[in-house]
Write a protein that binds this ligand. Structure first.
Ligand code: TXA
Ligand code: MG
Length: 374
């Protein structure tokens, strides 16, 4: 199978919707990253998602749905649609959740709630909770409207790989495995949704930092965010039980070349940090050249110094944010990682994202998970 990349028009949306109704998968643009969509009610379609992505069955999917704004209760609507069961939530918790959801949906926030029995166990990897998101991308909304059922959609990359932010990326990841990719251009945020879990007592935790900054959520939830600690993963635990948030696997978003995440900006590295970097480059066989990811433009003399430190030439440099903005950096991150992995460089080096504001933690998280285990 070779995927067709389709431009956005009514006929192509209808074609994509017809494929979804037949239980096929479609690559779809969202405001965060491209998704690999399949009918959330159809076990066979869900199975195909896991197969196409080579995703382990312990990693549950996000279920996407859409309805046009109504004045009624969002939680009741989720119940009617067979998505979530929140009747056991205390009234003040329900009220807070209502105001949170009406503020952030549609948009890049995924909320994990107790699942409705109607949701197939495969979608949630056997967990009693389900991850739900109402996307704001008009193409995805239109498709949800046309199909009439919710769509399970993980990011449209092979498991553990860099998420796709353009239709061509989906093609290079999954083009031999799916029939159609809808081409909605570049994604607005370029980084996945934030994932939070809320329990019936109103305790909540951030399972994945993402395109909705944590600081925006706090005032809606009334309590401080609980810190998530994924249990230490070893091969056995993977087989026995699903993780609290499987997407928090240490190695994820990985480019195909080893990436070294610097502990500090290049110009601030200590002699011992430089020594560690030099050893790493040579142990990885990277002396023929490296690719570099920086947050902002770096002076030539700093780059020459880095070449001296590593004993290797700089072959390709990607700047995430020439203007210094975190939105710009998030939007370029995954494309920059792809450009670097396609370059001649044998190894990749990245500056860290040190900002704790806005999208900073989400960028830092993705870089951490993209980096080579040291
Ligand atoms: O922006 C996004 O969220 C994109 C677009 C396509 O919507 N989707 C996405 O899906 O990033 P995926 O499958 O790559 O990431 C879903 C994350 C994973 O970390 C998964 O472990 C977590 O959500 N998740 C899903 N269901 C969960 C549950 N019941 N409990 C805890 N974590 C869950
Ligand atoms: Mg993903």
């Amino acid at each position: 199978m070779k995927a067709q990349i389709l431009e956005i028009n009514q006929q192509n949306l209808e074609e994509a919707s017809a494929l979804l109704k037949q239980g096929e998968l479609v690559g779809v643009p969202t405001e965060t990253v491209y998704g690999l969509a399949g009918n959330a009610w159809d076990e066979k379609a869900l199975f195909k998602i896991f197969q196409a992505k080579e995703r382990p069955a312990f990693d549950p999917l996000i279920v996407h749905f859409y309805w046009k704004a109504t004045s009624g209760s969002i939680l009741e609507k989720l119940e009617q649609m067979g998505l979530a069961k929140t009747k056991t939530f205390a009234a003040p918790v329900r009220n807070r959740l209502e105001s949170l959801l009406s503020a952030f949906w549609p948009g890049p926030l995924t909320v994990v709630l107790p699942k409705h029995p109607q949701i197939p166990a495969l979608a949630t990897s056997g967990l009693e909770t389900v991850a739900l998101r109402m996307p704001s991308h008009p193409v995805f909304q239109k498709l949800l409207d046309l199909t009439g059922f919710p769509l399970a959609a993980p990011s449209a990359n092979r498991f553990g790989r860099v998420s796709p932010t353009r239709a061509e990326h989906v093609y290079s990841e999954l083009g031999d495995r799916i029939p159609v990719i809808l081409d909605g251009g570049s994604c607005q945020f370029g980084i996945e949704s934030s994932v939070i879990r809320v329990d019936p007592q109103g305790e909540w935790e951030l399972l994945r930092p993402g395109a909705t900054p944590l600081s925006n959520l706090v005032s809606y939830l009334g309590k401080p965010c609980r810190q998530t600690q994924n249990e230490k993963m070893d091969d056995d635990s993977l087989l026995i039980k699903p993780q609290v948030s499987p997407g928090l696997l240490a190695r994820h978003y990985a480019p195909s070349k080893p990436l070294y995440l610097l502990p500090d900006l290049i110009s601030h590295l200590t002699p011992s940090q430089k020594g560690h970097l030099k050893n790493w480059v040579s142990n990885q066989g990277g002396n023929s050249g490296f690719g570099l990811l920086v947050m902002q433009e770096v002076q030539d003399k700093t780059l020459i110094e880095l070449e001296k430190t590593t004993g290797a030439p700089l072959l390709k440099k990607e700047i995430l944010s020439s203007g210094g903005g975190l939105e710009e950096a998030a939007g370029k991150l995954f494309t920059a990682l792809r450009t670097l992995e396609e370059s001649q460089a044998h190894v990749l080096i990245s500056e860290p994202c040190l900002s704790r504001e806005g999208l900073g933690p989400a960028i830092a998280d993705r870089l951490q998970r993209a980096s080579h285990v040291l």
